[in-house]
Design a protein around this ligand. Sequence first.
Ligand SMILES: Nc1ncnc2c1ncn2[C@@H]1O[C@H](COP(=O)(O)OP(=O)(O)OP(=O)(O)O)[C@@H](O)[C@H]1O
Length: 227
Amino acid sequence: MLELRHLSKTYGNGRTVLNDVSWHFKAGEFVAIMGDSGVGKSTLLNLIAGLDTPDASCPADAIMVDGVALASLDDDAATRLRRQRMGFIFQAFHVLPHLTLVQNVALPLLLNDLPTAAASDMLAAVGLGGRDHDFPHQLSGGEMQRVAIARALVHRPALVLADEPTGNLDPDTAHSILELLQREIKATGACAIMVTHANSAAAKSDKILHLSKIGIQETTNVKLFDQ
Ligand SMILES: Nc1ncnc2c1ncn2[C@@H]1O[C@H](COP(=O)(O)OP(=O)(O)OP(=O)(O)O)[C@@H](O)[C@H]1O
């Protein structure tokens, strides 16, 4: 579904963050990425999302989605791929304050010319049934994150990217958000990649990857990592 081949990223200040990272993410997998602070987890997600570009020295097929090299797409095609095939649970893509909950969740459907009726059903699926016309400021942090999850999944993307989806939530709310994310990912059959520092969050995934200076390695031992 997603293949990384010899992916590297050096920022303008000369700091190499990712160096020759390769991995194959399969359809239907819920994968957690852990690793020390500053090792490049968010950078990796941003590259996959197309929000940043790999080093010019990387091979053209450094990031392949469904067998298509991201680098081979022009801006329009890359936007289309992102819109149709990806869902994001990022702080930077936060719920829009001036839109109602149902309007927020309907956005990916509108952008993909799909019927918007599914937005209300998706809100109900994340436990916010009947609150379609509320505005984000009326929600708790956990409820807001439910809206973000509903919006990320409503158009049934093949690839879901989540950056610390439970970062600011209390343990009970985080637990219910992760159960929800896990359930909805399984229901839609998406491949999901979740960056997290929390062992409890990683424990919900099918596979835990450890990102370090030497690249990506699979691990079964979440206790290796700091909370
Ligand atoms: N736009 C940028 N320009 C220069 N350096 C950057 C930029 N963005 C990130 N970095 C640096 O790249 C390194 C990796 O950052 P990144 O946010 O990917 O790490 P992370 O593993 O997600 O960290 P954390 O777990 O603390 O969120 C850090 O040292 C950071 O300072």
